[in-house]
Write a protein of this length. Structure first.
Length: 332
């Protein structure tokens, strides 16, 4: 199979590093590596966009190499318009690209960057198919595509998600149902760049760390907020891998909540974690604080019975009002 890759972001050194890494990662022989090198054509283009890109670059390259697969990397480098405007994206995909694919009987893979991360752009209620629309800009990117693959997650493990028409890949879950995601990881060989399927032990130790969420829930079981740094330290002490990711995923799924704690005299306020939403958690924190004062008051009230004892009480100005009132005759 011949593949034509038109890209704008990687220089010759980057391309050589990636090609050699993939060849080593999948175990190609020297002969197979040479054949692959002849059948993967790299074109660096960073000067043209929009319709001119297809007229001056894509068409001539398709005519010369007659590839089976065209890869454009990334789409944002060549669209020549606003990526969230349906008219611009539709023209790029449907008017400029699609006729060339039909004319040259060629498939295409369009690499597209995701939207900028935020606390609200990955709701816990998203289904696998919702990730079809996780690319930056118009929904037209996903609507035109016949299949959408998404890489999501953070180190050490990622998920390759078959967000659109995923059942056709043939992935299966342990119970035999159609699977729509597959764990992937970076190379574990220093100096080689390629994606690989992680070991089962890596999967269990990373994002699916079963004892991580369970331990967090145990720490927050009473509903009172807890400093996030304290939770992180306890997770680390219990050898939970990537504890920040564990907490982030639990917040995304709304299993726990995070919010700023009381302001400090200096520095930023602490980040608190709770199983209750911020408003409810703050109420519980106040209730716990009041309760502790009440217990303290109850413990000292039988002790202070005379004026002499009052004068020996450190900071008598903070004595509960009813105790001061009870002692007023003796003070006079």
């Amino acid at each position: 199979m011949r593949t034509l890759i038109i890209q704008s972001e990687n220089d010759d050194g980057d391309i050589a590093e990636m090609f050699n890494g993939v060849a080593a990662g999948i175990g190609l022989s020297a002969n197979d590596t040479e054949i692959a090198g002849k059948n993967v054509i790299m074109v660096h283009e960073c000067a043209t966009t929009g319709s001119e890109f297809f007229k001056q670059v894509v068409r001539p390259e398709l005519e010369q190499h007659k590839p089976d697969l065209l890869i454009i990397d990334p789409a944002l480098a060549y669209i020549g318009g606003v990526a969230n405007a349906q008219e611009a994206v539709g023209k790029f995909l449907r008017t400029d690209l699609a006729p060339l694919l039909k004319e040259f009987n060629c498939g295409a893979i369009i690499l597209h960057h995701p939207a900028k991360p935020s606390k609200s752009n990955e709701p816990s209620a998203w289904t696998d198919s919702d990730y079809s629309y996780s690319g930056s800009g118009s929904a037209e990117w996903a609507n035109w595509s016949r299949c959408v693959l998404v890489i999501k997650g953070t180190r050490p493990l990622y998920q390759l998600m078959a967000a659109k028409r995923g059942a056709r890949i043939g992935w299966k879950t342990p119970d035999g149902a159609n699977g729509y995601s597959h764990p992937i990881a970076h190379s574990n060989i220093n100096g080689q760049l390629f994606w690989r399927t992680p070991l089962q032990s890596e999967v269990l130790a990373a994002s699916d760390n079963s004892k991580g969420p369970e331990l967090v829930m145990q720490l927050l079981t009473d509903g009172n907020p807890m400093d996030q740094n304290e939770v992180l330290e306890i997770l680390k002490a219990n050898q939970v891998s990537n504890p920040r990711y564990v907490i982030k995923r639990m917040i995304t799924k709304k299993q726990i909540y995070s919010f700023d704690g009381p302001k400090r005299a200096t520095g930023r306020p602490p980040v608190l974690l709770s199983t209750s939403p911020p408003g409810e958690a703050a109420g519980k924190e106040e209730a716990a604080h009041v309760g502790s004062k009440a217990n303290h008051r109850e413990s000292i009230s039988p002790v202070i019975e005379t004026a002499d004892q009052l004068h020996n009480w450190p900071g008598e100005k903070s004595l509960p009002p009813d105790l001061q009132k009870n002692l007023e005759p003796q003070l006079i």
